[in-house]
Design a protein around this ligand. Structure first.
Ligand SMILES: NC(=O)c1ccc[n+]([C@@H]2O[C@H](COP(=O)([O-])OP(=O)(O)OC[C@H]3O[C@@H](n4cnc5c(N)ncnc54)[C@H](O)[C@@H]3O)[C@@H](O)[C@H]2O)c1
Ligand SMILES: [Zn+2]
Length: 359
């Protein structure tokens, strides 16, 4: 078992990572929080798989548990599901000390975290991520949100969990496509921050994707450490945190134009990263060969990397409305080389169209 800390002063919190970490959930929560009751939020796929194990561990540590299960999938990040969690908290007469524990992927974490941030102006929140994406990305950093019917992740806030418990063994039941989508974010950390991690991914790819704990656990640990460091330096995305959006500006365009749900977020990020790396090379910012190296790793993993030909006008409209844009001009995170990125405020539209093959 490995533990690392997200360093945010009084709001610092531990991340426990390891094979079988779920068995320690009750003890970890008990060590951090005073409460003796909790609300366990999960989804219809994860609850039957890991709900009982989570409850057993919490009960053994003396907790009384109320359970709340949401339908799996992105549509659950809705105001109705948010209200249903408030209802559950009211029904159990939860007080200010009653933690909300999110057991599941990013959907459960984002929704339950936002619900926890609002009930009685904030009750303790615990993340128990069960997808690779949630373990390396969404469970760390304190972004919570639900979706507006017309815009993803627009209703939310920064609300840090009190602890994170990531059991790598839960990834065994994850669909391969979901695993790979999470792996795209893992590759991202290598590109933006850590050339050694990237080389490790190239070397140990098969063992990592086979979920060999000796290969996988250190990688998840490293990704969390990178995210923790970036978030500690820039919690509210004033500057540095934007590097986590590498591959995401173009990735979001693919998600939006392909129709959410058609392409998984991580798949769109894979396409976006290769295109952003090519853009960097074309602008003379990026070291030649970086894009090809990123593409090769993603392709070997089984991720799609060919940027789909999107209608030029719609692509540009989406890019300029991207909420990460500054003054309407797309803001790109470009790779200087593997392990280092640069934020460019303004990129020539024609070049973006050319690199992405827009029509
Ligand atoms: N807060 C953040 O910083 C942040 C960062 C990245 C993404 N996100 C959000 O996270 C969400 C995506 O997260 P996700 O990819 O984890 O999606 P998800 O929560 O929808 O999980 C994907 C699917 O896997 C299933 N699943 C989860 N764990 C499983 C397991 N161990 N075994 C079998 N099936 C399992 C789920 O039921 C679901 O069907 C998006 O809503 C995105 O906006 C948030
Ligand atoms: Zn992402």
């Amino acid at each position: 078992m490995h533990t690392l800390t997200v360093d945010l002063g009084e709001r610092s919190y531990p991340i426990h990572i390891g094979e079988g970490a779920l068995r320690g959930l009750g003890a970890f929560v008990g060590a951090r929080l005073e409460a003796r009751r909790c609300l366990l939020v999960s989804d219809t796929r994860v609850a039957p798989l890991y709900g009982d194990a989570a409850c057993e561990s919490l009960e053994a540590a003396g907790f009384t548990i109320s359970r709340h299960t949401i339908p799996e999938g992105e549509p659950s990040k809705s105001i109705d599901r948010f209200m249903a969690i408030q209802d559950a908290l009211v029904a159990m007469a939860a007080d200010r000390a009653t933690p909300v524990i999110a057991l599941g992927g990013g959907v459960v974490g984002d929704l339950a975290g936002f619900a926890a941030s609002c009930y009685m102006r904030g009750v303790p929140f615990v993340q128990v991520p069960t997808t690779l994406l949630a373990q390396v990305d969404s469970s760390v950093g304190g972004k919570t949100a639900i979706n507006h019917p017309l815009a993803k992740n627009t209703i939310g806030c920064f609300y840090q969990p009190r602890l994170v418990v990531a059991d790598t063994a839960t990834l065994a039941t994850l669909e391969r496509r979901q695993l790979l989508a999470g792996f795209a974010e893992v590759v991202k950390y290598g590109v933006i921050w850590d050339a050694e991690l990237f080389a490790q991914l190239e070397r140990d790819l098969d063992a990592i994707l086979a979920l060999d704990p000796d290969a996988l656990a250190p990688v998840i640990h490293r990704c969390c450490a990178i995210k923790a460091e970036v978030v500690a330096r820039d919690e509210r995305e004033g500057g540095l945190r934007a590097i986590l959006n590498f591959g995401h500006t173009l990735g979001h365009a693919v998600e939006a134009l392909a129709g959410y749900g058609e392409v998984l977020h991580g798949e769109a990020v894979a396409m976006g990263m290769v295109a952003a790396a090519r853009l960097g090379e074309a602008l003379g910012v990026g070291e030649a060969g970086s894009a090809t190296r990123i593409e090769r790793l993603l392709t070997r993993a089984g991720l799609p990397t060919d940027f789909p030909a999107l209608p030029a006008d719609r692509l540009l409209a989406t890019l300029t409305h991207d909420k990460k844009a500054v003054a309407g001009i797309p803001r790109f995170v470009l790779a200087r080389r593997i392990g280092e990125v640069e934020i460019v405020e303004e990129v020539d539209e024609a070049l973006v169209l050319e690199i992405t093959g827009a029509e």
